[in-house]
Write a new protein. Structure first.
Length: 577
């Protein structure tokens, strides 16, 4: 049987030896939540079957049941090759939504909370000649857990869609030595043509060394060998005639990392990074010290047949190629942390990304704690993707309700923004996309006015007044109470949302009255966009949206990615002034 999603799942940190565990698993629902008490992790079989890494809500899983099942179980067998003997075996999960508990051969291995981040276990001590792996996944209709656009009610409606429960990214095994590379982060310094690398190693002794070879297009650029120091080893290399990463020239440096001990190679990882600098100065966004006008489109990360998971790696690439062919230079990946393969193709093909977290709904101690813990892991896990130029923890005050005029959620936003910059000082932070900004590097607004003249008039009056910006179309102040505008770039990060009247059906919607024809859709899209681009005070825009999703039919593409108008007609709209 062909293995679904056969490509290596972690493209910024690649090992040659690995075993893909995707494919057919045994499966069962546990609606009464009795599996733990009945020790289902010792069961001889489960009655259903599912295709991993697709969630049971998706057609590609082989189940296609979108009803609520908050607890599910998975089971499969596997063998470890004899060639892996003497090495540690790591079990990796790309993502499981939302809580996962794992058993191997009836022995509890570990657990993880958070639906958007990877996790791993060293299973060496629990291995048998033939192994039984069992996973319990729990995904409650709980607004206090980060869930993004996954609806907390049984049915998809409005701008919230089908849930994704359980395993939704690749599961795989890989062998490593006792001393092995655990992480690497790259800090490009465009101004000095240098890059700082910080390499983590699982263990070391006095003879443990790290070797790094930097190349681009197979041409060696730099090489270094140094003693491993502590849990993380920092070093810096000079890149002569550094080639910078941008959407027009997405140059990537490959880095071969090795752990050496007494001249023997214990571990080898292939990583990559881009020499890219993003900054905000005098109300403008700069990429590699040059003005960069953002022409973004909203992308919510839902896929035909797969819900949260693309059917193939090529589907991620195709979405990026479509966005670029429509004239956009970037996407706002909305309310979802995407599969690393998506960011890989953005890096490879040259597409800017605002990286956004799936929000909770309702501000309380539990939601704040669960959000902050997972957000930190998201930033660290996607640190090396040059395409990501901004981090967006919150959208429209979701999960920080009351932030407009209450000190407690405001202080939480300040803490999250500060932690984001502390973990990653190389990118910009958009604290709360849309309005009620507290501590942000970009001030962005959402305005779905469907009358281009009215939008242009409103935007012409949009200027700092005594340090306070006027309200946007949602009638919410752009700056939170007590917070002042400080000259940041301003981006209209949601507008448009034009639907075709012909697409209307029960429960479907777009913003305002649907366009009567394709020509009318294109003309409204053009006029609304020009209302922004002809106003020099704005540093960019993000159009809603790239494709239709379920009942929301306001995309430039249908859900199966067919353009609603000729791309040669649509593309000039994104770049027109």
């Amino acid at each position: 049987m062909d293995i679904p999603r056969p490509e290596y799942p972690r493209p910024t940190f690649v090992r040659e030896d690995w075993i893909n565990l995707n494919g057919r698993w045994e499966f069962d629902f546990d609606d009464a939540d009795r599996g733990l008490g009945e020790r289902w992790f010792e069961r001889k079989s489960f009655p259903r079957a599912i295709t991993v890494p697709f969630t049971f809500e998706s057609a590609l899983s082989g189940i296609g049941n979108a009803s609520v099942h908050e607890v599910v179980w998975y089971r499969r067998k596997f063998r470890v090759p004899l060639s892996y003997r003497g090495r540690h075996i790591i079990l990796n999960f790309g993502a499981v939504d939302y809580k996962a508990a794992v058993w191997l051969n009836g022995e509890f291995v570990g657990e993880h909370t958070g639906g958007y981040t990877p996790f791993s276990f060293d299973i060496t001590e629990s291995l048998h000649p033939e192994n039984v792996l069992v996973v319990r996944a729990e995904d409650r209709l709980d607004k206090s857990q980060p869930r993004g656009k996954q609806h907390w009610e049984p049915q998809s409606k409005s701008c919230f869609y089908t849930r994704a429960t359980g395993i939704w990214q690749t599961v795989w095994l890989e062998p490593v030595s006792a001393f092995h590379i655990t992480s690497v982060r790259f800090f490009p310094d465009v101004d000095r043509s240098k890059v700082k690398a910080v390499v983590g190693v699982s263990g070391r002794n006095d003879s443990t060394e790290i070797k790094a070879r930097f190349s681009i297009d197979t041409e060696l650029q730099a090489e270094t060998l140094l003693a491993a120091s502590g849990d993380e080893t920092p070093f810096e290399v000079l890149l002569k005639d550094a080639r910078l990463w941008s959407p027009g020239h997405p140059s990537l440096y490959n880095v071969l990392l090795e752990v050496h001990e007494n001249g023997k190679v214990l571990d080898r990882v292939l990583a990559y990074f881009g020499m890219r600098k993003i900054s905000a100065i005098n109300g403008r966004i700069l990429l590699n010290n040059k003005p960069c006008y953002l022409r973004l489109v909203l992308d919510q990360g839902y896929f035909p047949g797969g819900v949260y998971t693309a059917a193939t790696d090529d589907a991620y690439r195709r979405d990026i190629e479509l966005a670029k062919s429509l004239g956009f230079n970037g996407v706002r990946k909305h309310q979802k942390v995407e599969d690393p393969r998506y960011y890989y193709w953005c890096d490879r093909l040259g597409l800017l990304v605002w990286g956004e977290m799936g929000n909770c709904f309702g501000f309380n101690d539990r939601s704040a704690q669960s959000f902050a813990a997972e957000w930190a892991r998201v930033i660290r896990g996607n640190f090396n993707h040059p395409s990501i130029i901004a981090w967006v923890p919150f959208n429209e005050s979701w999960g920080i309700e009351g932030v407009q005029d209450q000190e407690r959620p405001q202080e939480f936003v300040r803490q999250v923004a500060a932690a984001t910059r502390d973990i990653d000082p190389t990118r910009l932070v958009v604290d709360n996309s849309g309005w009620s900004h507290v501590d942000t590097d970009i001030v962005d607004i959402h305005d779905y006015n469907q009358d281009a003249r009215a939008l242009a008039e409103a935007l012409s009056r949009f200027s700092p007044r005594d340090g306070v910006l006027p309200a946007c179309s949602h009638n919410v102040p752009v700056m939170a109470a007590g917070c002042r505008y400080q000259g940041q770039p301003v981006v209209v990060s949601e507008y448009g949302g034009v639907a075709l009247a012909a697409d209307a059906r029960d429960g479907s919607w777009g913003y305002g009255q649907g366009a009567d024809s394709t020509d009318q859709l294109v003309e409204r899209y053009r006029a609304l966009t020009q209302a922004i681009t002809r106003n020099e005070q704005f540093a960019g825009y993000c159009y809603t949206q790239l494709y239709d999703i379920e009942q929301e039919v306001n995309g430039l593409l249908t859900f199966d990615r067919k353009p609603k108008a000729d791309r040669q007609v649509l593309a000039p709209v994104a770049t027109a002034t």
